[in-house]
Design a protein around this ligand. Structure first.
Ligand code: RP5
Length: 170
């Protein structure tokens, strides 16, 4: 992994860590350098704006942003940068992520946030999506993504074999 971070993973609170770690795991698996910080659209607005504004000049190529509740973090960052922003809505209230999903996905025309599923699947897919973006200019990474799919298909085939064995024993 090279030292300069290519992807910035942001989360609104340390309570988001368990889910957002999924995105970090995926990036690590593809040897993509990243940094991960807690910053909040509402609780630390100035820091969030400054971070978003300065990211491109530091070599960041895209954001993965998770937040729960009235999740404005991804949209606020997107408003300050032309780098691609991937949003991950998180379940943090009694509304179980539907609040964050709508706040993240319903961006006004002109400021896109590529919104993933709520929770761990969304964080995982955010990591893969970031890898797919970077792979457009990186043949080695593109090859790793092909292998990732092949391995996934092999794992499913293996699960089916186990299931067929259980079925035979019914
Ligand atoms: C959001 O509020 C965070 O992203 C988190 O999901 C949620 C709750 O934050 P805490 O009260 O746990 O710090 O801003």
């Amino acid at each position: 992994m090279s030292n300069a971070p290519q992807i910035a993973i942001l989360m609104g609170s340390d309570s988001d860590w368990d889910v957002m770690a999924e995105a970090g795991r995926v990036l690590k698996g593809f040897d993509i350098s990243f940094e991960m910080i807690v910053t909040s659209a509402h609780r630390t607005p100035e820091r969030t704006h400054a971070y978003a504004k300065s990211a491109a000049e530091r070599g960041i190529k895209g954001f993965i942003i998770g937040a729960g509740a009235a999740a404005h973090l991804a949209g606020v960052v997107a408003s300050e940068t032309n780098l691609p922003v991937i949003g991950v809505p998180l379940s943090a209230t009694d509304l179980k992520g539907m609040d964050a999903l709508l706040a993240t996905v319903q961006m006004p025309g002109g400021i896109p946030v590529a919104t993933m599923a709520i929770g761990k699947a969304g964080a995982k897919n955010a990591g893969i999506f970031a890898a797919q973006m970077l792979a457009l200019g990186d043949a080695d990474l593109a090859a790793k993504l092909v292998t990732y799919r092949t391995d996934m298909a092999a794992a499913v085939a293996k699960k089916n074999e186990s299931l067929q064995a259980k079925l035979a024993d019914l």
